[in-house]
Design a protein around this ligand. Structure first.
Ligand code: NAG
Ligand code: NAG
Length: 351
């Protein structure tokens, strides 16, 4: 209860001096083009196969069941955010960085995905490249000059999905909640440094999702049998999102307006959860908070098997009817719905 009050007061305090208004409604230039390359940084919401097979559930069944019908390193039964954003741009999903040697020349044209599941802007419990290191890889590929030239970058889009694991690590380390606002400030400051660096490298459009309503993730709602979102966790996500909005407003003042764009996951997720009527392209989920795949020994362990190789997880009858795939990640149908809600705001990504 005390925690809740703390957050509500922090939240109202910050919203007081924000007055931030969304820059979604930037008018569209006469000759707008869709970016033709996508460079992706961040975590499991966008990783399409960088994470090593030996350490990740995403390379085990039942991940990938819907698409590509076998595990592909995606943290979902099928496609993830990267795939839907690429589809919006009309390009193929960019090749994961670790697979670049095996990619045909044509596939490299669509950009590259540097994201690793489990990572954040800072060190997380999973020892994989943080966002700074991911940008280092990007910079090295640019410097090598044999795949991309500086002329490719102004027509490219960078996509940054980060911060969730920084906060998950904070929770896992059992840090006192009172320290969270200060951490959030550090995280958003570091995001600002990172995206400014991507811009300096020559990318002229950078999309950053806001944090999804963390309190609605099955990891947070399991205690209520996936019935009710945790308002405290949602308030924390809003606090992060307000800081992010301030940082993006500041960045856009330094550059051309709408160089840095927030994709409003927070409200898009809630819109999908609440959707009762036939909004075109948005699926109605029976209980959107209930994940399709849950472990038997632990909710968290979708892909667990026992010593005899018997499945120690259950999956729902129809993954297309579930918004969440596992306790942290939307299903393919979940992501499809989120991106169909966002679609009308994506014009701001045109260049
Ligand atoms: C990211 O990881 C690298 C390599 O471990 C480390 O040197 C760097 O300080 C980290 N960056 C941040 C912002 O934590
Ligand atoms: C999760 O599954 C792995 C095997 O896939 C197992 O080693 C681990 O102990 C399980 N964790 C929990 C919490 O059940």
């Amino acid at each position: 209860m005390e925690f809740l009050k703390l957050f509500i007061s922090i939240f109202s305090f910050s919203s007081f001096f924000l007055g931030a208004k969304s820059d979604h409604l930037q008018h569209i230039k006469t000759k707008s083009l869709r970016p033709n390359r996508l460079f992706v940084f961040g975590d499991s919401y966008v990783d399409t196969g960088n994470i090593r097979k030996s350490i990740s559930d995403s390379w085990k069944l039942p991940y990938g069941l819907t698409f590509p019908e076998k595990p592909s390193g995606r943290f979902s039964d099928g496609r993830v955010a990267t795939d839907f954003l690429a589809r919006y741009l009309g390009i193929k999903s960019p090749i994961p960085y670790t697979w670049r040697e095996y990619a045909g020349k044509e596939r490299l044209l669509y950009g590259m995905n540097y994201a690793y599941g489990g990572t954040g802007v800072f060190k997380t419990i999973i020892p994989l490249p943080n966002m700074t290191s991911q940008i280092d890889y990007f910079q090295r590929i640019l410097a090598a000059g044999n795949i991309y030239s500086p002329f490719d970058l102004p027509s490219s889009l960078a996509f940054v999905s980060v911060a969730g694991n920084d906060y998950a690590t904070f929770v896992a380390m059992k840090r006192p909640l009172a320290e969270l606002p200060a951490l959030m400030k550090l995280v958003v400051d570091q995001i600002e440094v990172n995206v400014r660096r991507i811009h300096k490298l020559g990318v002229k459009k950078i999309a950053i999702p806001s944090l999804q309503p963390l309190g609605c993730l099955p990891g947070s709602t399991a205690f209520t049998s996936f019935q009710r979102c945790n308002e405290l966790d949602n308030a924390a996500a809003k606090f992060h999102n307000n800081l992010l909005r301030q940082a993006v407003a500041k960045l856009n003042k330094e550059t051309k307006p709408s160089t840095f764009v927030i994709l409003d996951y927070y409200n898009a997720f809630l819109t999908v959860f609440k959707n009762k009527g036939p909004e075109p392209g948005v699926k109605r989920f029976e209980n959107p908070l209930k994940p399709c795949c849950v472990g038997v020994r632990s909710n968290y362990n979708c892909s667990d098997v026992d010593e005899k190789g018997e499945k120690m997880y259950t999956i729902c009858k129809d993954p297309k009817a579930a918004f969440f795939w596992d306790v942290f990640h939307p299903s393919e149908e979940g992501w499809r719905s989120v991106y169909s809600v966002l679609r009308k705001h994506l014009q701001v990504l045109l260049i």
